[in-house]
Design a protein. Structure first.
Lengths: 190, 283
């Protein structure tokens, strides 16, 4: 978004950056070896659903595409209180790469139909031995990751989050601006 | 607003003339001071507007839903998060101000929070965030300074054209009239620009939230709500109109030329068009 465009009031919606998701599988191994966090096998994409028939058609096609797979993962759609839709898939906890491929299929279908600007974030939940959940969140527009570790209804464990950030700093582009570490209290899988 | 601005321009011109008439070489300083006032208003627009609306900045703990909405919209639009304010007044309205996207404040009134559903409030916030992204406070300040600049130019040109008739009354009247005419024209052009930028913000908000219908129903509710508010409250906030999402007064004559906001019909029409675009398969 250039200054000239903003002065003229002609800003275009920001396009989503999709490719960084494929760096998640190697980050999952790091999390397991360094912090004992294992993937739960869930993963979800959070996006803004548009009004109108075009979006309904696209969304239905995405769900059908995911379920057409022989080892079809369970696919769920739910709306949250902020008006965003969560599409979550539950697959094999040992196959993070497979999960990321599923997520990528969702993203590319949405983008191919012009709904790429509606993608907000993707969430890959992890769990440690004591049952503490930690979600690795990818922000599509910023192209960065951040950890989100809820401990209660409105509480998050910042120490876990910072240690995750430090563990992954070499592998993933981590979000530097802490005010962008959005809370996702009612996110599926956490 | 118009009379206020015209008076201001006249004052600056008269001061400049008096200064020049008394033989002082510092008459351009007064013009510069006029621009300085405009610059000061822009530079401190966040504080001035918040104070004028008696708004208070709120933390994420105080207004979690509002902050959550703005957080998500800013993540979607990849823009820095503005500060958030709440004004305790029944007038349903929202405004954005601040000299740059980094220093911006988005403020809503308690009236709008009670009137709108969360979906509609989000659409209104997206509209205000678009104002921030489009740097509308800066653009409108530069545009309204044009009248002052015109006054200075007229004064400068007078030295060339009118020569030595420096202290004569007709020259003074000519300068004053030309300045006021230039100000009137720039006033209408500024309003035209303001209306264009409102439509631009509507469009950007609809594309950001993917929900033109939510903004449309919010605008309808706000316009309806404003019309039913007693006149006394309206005048109290009329100087702030250019920053509001929907203007708080509905003037009778010259309405379409001088209003800071496009008509509701125009705005709804544009939103309906975006809705149709979004709904079309293979967009």
């Amino acid at each position: 978004m250039g200054l000239w465009d903003s002065i003229r009031g002609r800003t275009a919606p920001v396009a989503a950056n999709l490719d960084a998701l494929f760096e998640v599988p190697s980050a999952a191994i790091t999390l397991q070896t360094e912090l004992g966090l294992t993937p739960t096998g869930d993963a979800s994409v959070c996006y803004r659903s548009a009004a109108g028939a075009a979006f309904d058609t696209t969304q239905r096609a995405v769900v059908e595409l995911l379920q057409a797979d022989a080892a079809a993962p369970a696919v769920r759609l739910e709306a949250d209180s902020f008006g965003f839709t969560w599409l979550s898939v539950t697959g094999d906890p040992t196959d993070t790469a497979g999960l990321c491929t599923e997520l990528h299929a969702v993203n590319t279908s949405l983008e191919a139909n012009g709904f790429g600007p509606g993608l907000l974030c993707t969430l890959v939940p992890f769990v440690d031995g004591s049952g503490q959940k930690m979600g690795l969140v990818y922000l599509y527009k910023q192209g960065t990751f951040y950890p989100f570790a809820p401990t209660g209804p409105q509480q998050r464990d910042n120490l876990v989050e910072i240690s995750v950030r430090d563990a992954l700093a070499d592998e993933l582009p981590m979000e530097k601006d802490l005010s962008r570490w959005l809370s996702l209290w009612d996110a599926p899988g956490l | 607003m118009f009379l206020l601005g015209a008076l201001f321009v006249a004052l600056v011109v008269v001061l400049m003339y008096v200064a020049a008439g008394s033989g002082a070489a510092w008459w351009p300083l007064i013009g510069l001071a006029g621009i300085g006032v405009a610059f000061y208003q822009w530079w401190n627009s966040d504080k001035v507007a918040m104070k004028a609306m008696r708004a208070r900045e709120v933390s994420p703990e105080e207004a979690p839903e509002l902050h959550g909405m703005i957080d998500r919209l800013c993540a979607l639009a990849d823009m820095p998060k503005p500060r958030v304010g709440i004004a305790h007044m029944d007038l349903p309205n929202a405004f954005a101000t601040g000299r740059s996207p980094e220093r911006a404040v988005v403020c809503v009134t308690t009236g709008i929070q009670g009137l709108l559903t969360p979906e509609e409030l989000e659409a209104v916030l997206a509209h205000e965030l678009s104002h921030v992204a489009h740097r509308d406070v800066l653009v409108m300040t530069v545009a309204s300074s044009a009248g002052i600049v015109a006054g200075m130019l007229t004064r400068g040109a007078q030295f060339g054209a009118l020569g030595r008739s420096r202290n004569s009354a007709p020259a003074f009247i000519i300068v004053l009239v030309v300045s006021l005419v230039v100000y009137s024209i720039s006033f209408f052009l500024t309003r035209l620009l303001s209306r264009y930028r409102e439509l631009a913000a509507d469009r950007a908000a609809a594309h950001l939230t993917f929900k033109p219908a939510a903004l449309a129903s919010a605008l309808q509710k706000i316009s309806g709500g404003i019309a039913t508010i007693p006149q006394r409250d309206l005048r109290a906030s009329s100087a702030m109109n250019a920053f509001f999402i929907a203007p708080a007064i509905s003037g009778a004559s010259l309405k379409t030329l001088t209003s800071t906001h496009p008509s509701l019909e125009q705005r709804l029409e544009q939103l309906a068009r975006i809705q149709a675009e979004l709904g079309r398969p293979e967009a």
